[in-house]
Design a protein around this ligand. Structure first.
Ligand SMILES: NC(=O)c1ccc[n+]([C@@H]2O[C@H](COP(=O)([O-])OP(=O)(O)OC[C@H]3O[C@@H](n4cnc5c(N)ncnc54)[C@H](OP(=O)(O)O)[C@@H]3O)[C@@H](O)[C@H]2O)c1
Length: 252
């Protein structure tokens, strides 16, 4: 079997994490640090990133490098990915776009789509190529169940995540014979800084640690598309089948 057709690597040897300050990413980083991985942590906030890096070093990471920059800047993406040689990459950055604000500002709408879709797609693409150059690996993109069907309350975020899920689906097919596995993660509600403003979190909510454990498990099993927790697959199956004339009247 030639190197380019080899099975994708799932061992956490060299791991690149984009949006490394995210609560979900931090939980995954703690796991990989215990596994003595070599980590490259990418984010926009130097101080927060250094705190995550220091914690990873304490927990046993073989090495930790940090890359600080604008995650939506194409030149920064290309620079980081040109020197990366990951066996695993996780793309975790995202912003829960404000639908009302996007009605008032076209600039805000454009930025949110750029951050949540365009930049995430660029990171997935470039890191997939970096994995291929390094001999194979797994690229994990955190999308969302919100991308499975557009809702009135978060139509911008949902559209960006839908685009990201579709991009990953196509890229997975492109990379399937090239030793690189593309995994799409579709979490439901996570109790993280992104959702700190939401009161009355109910039974459907879960922790960043649970999502990170699900991601680690799914990498080992080389899953293609994984709903986390798994019950969201059924919920979204039902939601996707609600007729549009009813769905458009639902206030959620
Ligand atoms: N929370 C949920 O309910 C939920 C549900 C489904 C999917 N997701 C997805 O899960 C992923 C991880 O989210 P999380 O729950 O762990 O949230 P989180 O802890 O709030 O993390 C969000 C991450 O995105 C980064 N970020 C936000 N705005 C940014 C910007 N303008 N430029 C660059 N980076 C930016 C943050 O960086 P700073 O630390 O510098 O702010 C942080 O690293 C995201 O892709 C999110 O869309 C979340």
């Amino acid at each position: 079997m030639s190197q380019s057709q080899a099975a994708p690597l799932t061992a956490p040897r060299d791991v690149v994490v984009v949006g490394a300050t995210s609560a979900v990413a931090q939980a995954a980083i703690r796991h990989w640090a215990h596994q003595r991985a070599r980590l490259v942590l990418v984010g926009r906030n130097r101080d927060a990133l250094e705190r995550v890096a220091a914690d990873a070093r304490l927990r046993g990471a073989a090495s930790v490098d940090t890359q600080v920059g604008d995650l939506a800047d194409t030149a920064f993406i290309e620079t980081v990915c040109a020197i990366a040689s990951p066996t695993i990459a996780l793309i975790a950055h995202g912003s829960l776009s404000d639908s009302a604000r996007s009605e008032a500002s076209a600039q805000y709408l454009e930025y949110e789509l750029t951050l949540n879709f365009v930049s995430a797609a660029q990171w997935v693409q470039q890191l997939a190529l970096a994995c291929e150059r390094a001999g194979g690996g797994t690229v994990v993109a955190i999308s969302s169940v919100a991308g499975d069907r557009g809702r009135g309350s978060n139509h911008v975020y949902g559209a960006a995540k839908a685009g990201l899920s579709a991009f990953c689906s196509g890229l997975r097919a492109r990379m399937a014979t090239r030793g690189v596995h593309i995994m799409t993660v579709l979490p439901g509600f996570i109790d993280s800084p992104m959702t700190a403003h939401i009161a009355n979190k109910g039974a459907l909510w879960t922790t960043p640690e649970t999502i990170a454990q699900g991601i680690i498990r799914a990498i080992t099993r080389q899953r293609d598309v994984v709903y986390l927790p798994g019950f969201w697959r059924l919920i979204m199956l039902i939601i996707k089948h609600v007729p549009e004339r009813i769905f458009k009247r639902l206030k959620f």
